[in-house]
Design a protein. Structure first.
Length: 286
């Protein structure tokens, strides 16, 4: 499958005139031509354009970026990088089966946690500024499916602390939350995953039934401070007396708001576990 120059410009953020200028001056990219003399680009050319754009954003000149991509074609990249480039190339042409095969190949040669932390989560973080909406939905769905299957396949270990995982109302990005659940489950925690767009009343009902030690909320969607304060106040009240720990890029810029509602903030699995251990220690001393 090939793509026309207008589509490439929309996906990469590089204007059609710029792509034509690069082609004239540097011989890059090298599209094929249709019978009507329209430029069409292969998967590999599309990915090479993305790689050039990324290098330019990191400070290289156009000529340096093109030279670097030419000197290290996709086939010669390290295994993990090569798999990532193949994944992006398949997503670019909306080939979900090919993209999923790439994820499967990576999973087959890696341990679970490195696979999640060095392949799946970086892909999730990068797609927001790399893909248009349709391609982002395709790619994120594939990765969520992989994370969900890993979480379900991980055997439960009774007796550990219990955590309830959810995204608050109107927050639909649950990939990072799935990864957190997997990491906690592998550390012996009992995990209940509620997922995206969970209102406070649903949290209340789950807490009444499960009595969790921790409720972890993933806030990826950006909100104004007042909106986040309202959302978290409702969640903290609904989940009491369980500790509420908030994470995600939508929360990072509002730490004062988070602490003001009585919630805690964690950047990683390790930080969440440390917060719970501190709270448990304080409770025991009391």
């Amino acid at each position: 499958m090939t793509l026309r120059i207008r589509t490439i410009a929309r996906l990469t953020g590089i204007r059609e005139a710029t792509l034509r200028a690069w082609e004239r001056r540097y011989g890059f990219p090298r599209p094929n031509r249709t019978e009507s003399n329209y430029r069409v680009y292969s998967r590999e050319e599309v990915e090479n354009i993305h790689r050039v754009a990324k290098l330019i954003s990191e400070g290289l000149s156009v000529s340096e970026a093109i030279a670097q991509v030419r000197s290290a074609p996709v086939a010669e990249l390290p295994v993990r990088e090569r798999l990532e480039e193949r994944f992006w190339s398949a997503v670019m042409v909306l080939d979900g089966e090919a993209a999923d095969r790439v994820l499967g190949e990576a999973q087959a040669v890696m341990a679970v946690e490195p696979y999640v932390d060095t392949v799946l989560l970086p892909l999730l973080r990068e797609m927001g500024h790399r893909l248009d909406i349709a391609r982002e939905h395709l790619a994120s769905a594939l990765i969520r499916q992989r994370l969900g299957a890993l979480l379900l396949a991980e055997g439960a270990r009774p007796g550990g602390p219990r955590v309830l995982l959810a995204c608050p109302e109107r927050d639909m990005h649950e990939g990072g939350l799935l990864a957190l659940g997997l990491h906690l489950k592998r550390r012996g925690w009992q995990v209940t995953f509620l997922g995206a767009d969970t209102p406070a009343e649903a949290l209340r009902g789950a807490c009444v039934q499960l009595n969790p030690d921790v409720v972890a909320l993933s806030c990826v969607r950006r909100r104004e401070a007042d909106e986040l304060r309202q959302v978290l106040q409702s969640a903290v009240e609904a989940c009491a007396p369980a500790m509420v720990v908030v994470g995600g890029q939508g929360a990072r810029e509002h730490l004062k708001v988070i602490f003001g509602t009585g919630a805690q903030y964690a950047e990683s699995t390790e930080e969440l576990v440390a917060l719970w251990q501190q709270a448990r220690g304080a409770s025991n001393r009391t």
